[in-house]
Write a protein that binds this ligand. Sequence first.
Ligand code: PMT
Length: 321
Amino acid sequence: MAKPRMSSIDGKLAEEFAVPAHVEEVKEKMAAFAGHHVTAGRRVVLITSGGTKVPLESRTVRFLDNFSSGRRGASSAEYFMDSGYAVVFLHRHRSLYPYARMFSNINMLDALKFSGGDGASGNSGEVVVNQQVLPDIARALKRYQEVKEGRLLLPIEFSTLSEYLHLLKAAAQALSAIESKAMFYLAAAVSDFYIPASEMPEHKIQSSNGPLQLSMNMVPKILSPLVKDWAPQAFVISFKLETDPTILLDKARRALDAYRHQAVVANVLDSRRGYVVVVTPETQAELIISDEDVKNDVEIEERIVSNLTSAHNKFITQQGG
Ligand code: PMT
């Protein structure tokens, strides 16, 4: 197997972002998962999902976060598995999770009914699911169990920006062995700013010192070494989020020019559930969810995944895979 190339970002990552203790163990798990599924004739997608947490103090009391719920990543994971992919799900701790996401707003205690017994040991009674409170639970549970039995989903958690960066690098290196059969679907909302460990106060910042002024460094764009050095033969999709729709497509095109990867999924914060544009160097496809689609529970991620799995097929054929 070819050794992964070093990039100028490797040094910065090692020096300025704390390396999670379990990174090598997770890397081996991801490599074994990818190897197993490719041997079984499947493709593997690495999905990043949710926002990153950026600490302001080393003994962290406060941190910067962002809006991302992880819904895009969690629902896309389901559609990828329905399309025959195995999924490495690199997600923010406690963000939305495949299948469970449908019930995230429900208080489980309202969905269960206790009867018989007094709940004490030896007389623990019976707990029954109220399917009116959990609509679709049977379908979701059945599919979740199939996915678990087939070991199609490898969940990996991150919380902080440092964990995200190191685990993504490890994932890229682990999946590089399966070459064009790997897809990277970078839907996480990653902070662009951070405070280097060397400049971070150790203890809780004191409000008695008056108003807080922060100076933050730029986070290295991880897309660059991912495409050039860590997984150069993979099919790589980034996302571009803006709040101003007039600059969105230009920014998406600029990202493709800069990083030379395969596609950008462009979306605007307020309309992200109903409208995205998949931009490639040669094409631009608008994907829209109509009111009728909403009534029929059609989600935009189903269309995004369908568009990208077709493009991935063509990519593999072109690469002679
Ligand atoms: O989670 P939801 O609530 O469902 O919302 C989904 C979403 C809006 C978060 C998702 O659709 C989305 O757009 N994700 C990317 C948001 C984002 O961070 O955009 P960006 O323009 O800042 O970053 C562009 C790309 O560069 C992203 O693919 C990101 O993974 C990547 N990046 C970002 C920062 C960094 N240091 N290195 C990177 O490689």
